[in-house]
Design a protein around this ligand. Structure first.
Ligand code: ADP
Ligand code: NI
Length: 216
């Protein structure tokens, strides 16, 4: 099968899997990450096909959708085997998908390959800036978290277990993840884009607290 056809089949598969999601992990998130990853690849290099496949599939196995991460990875594995892809390539794709997620402020990233770093950067760029802000509030609403509660403190999680089960506020999520991402970008291309998006979030928070404080 031609690579172009494989990418098209993957798009179809992902659209079906994530259809109707309202937590900020819908098809258009995937579309943005896929295109951002291609853009970064143009500047930074890496195997474009691997980058495209991993970007398209990166959220299919997300821990928020499957009780057990391995169940999600198995779904991806079966899909790729069905396309008769090379075993090494399947392994590389699964490896990226497995390591792409942010797992807490104090938990180190384990991405090794350039392709994985590019996909992770692209995913994280979509978590910050105006789109990142919108996604975060969409996610918070969907999972029943409070928007803001000045009585709940920010928590910098040292383990994935803690991070996963914590139901903090959406504003706290900025400190627990979003504002940390600028420093955790791998490629120079992503670092540059992140700067502007980071500043935009700081301005947003300043305005938010300004409005809140004006009521006291
Ligand atoms: P990753 O892409 O690193 O796996 P997630 O899928 O956990 O990240 O998160 C993607 C986006 O979902 C975040 O950038 C954020 O917008 C939102 N999100 C995740 N967890 C929370 C949370 N606890 N509160 C608010 N938003 C969240
Ligand atoms: Ni994602």
């Amino acid at each position: 099968m031609e690579r172009k056809e494989i990418v098209e089949k993957t798009i179809h598969f992902v659209k079906e899997k994530l259809a109707g999601d309202s937590s900020g992990h819908d098809w258009w998130h995937i579309f943005r990450v896929w295109n951002m990853a291609k853009k970064i690849c143009e500047k930074e290099g890496g195997d474009l096909f691997l980058i495209e496949m991993a970007a398209l599939l990166h959220d299919v196995a997300d821990w928020k959708f499957y009780e057990n991460e391995d169940d999600g990875l198995q779904v991806i594995f079966d899909f790729l085997e069905g396309l008769a892809l090379d075993k090494t390539l399947i392994g590389s794709i699964i490896d990226i998908v497995k390591n792409v997620s942010f797992k807490g402020a104090g938990v180190k990233d384990k991405m090794v390959s350039l392709e994985g770093k590019i996909v992770q950067d692209a995913d994280r760029l979509d978590a910050i800036g105006a789109i990142g802000i919108a996604r975060t509030f969409a996610f918070g609403g969907k999972f029943g978290n409070e928007m803001y509660n000045p009585e709940i403190n920010v928590k910098l999680h040292d383990s994935f277990e803690d991070y996963k089960k914590d139901k903090g506020t959406t504003i706290n999520h900025f400190y627990e993840k979003l504002l940390l991402l600028k420093e955790r970008m791998h490629t120079n291309s992503a670092k540059q884009i992140a700067k502007k998006r980071h500043t935009y979030m700081e301005v947003f928070l300043e305005q938010f607290y300004g409005e809140w404080e004006s009521l006291r």
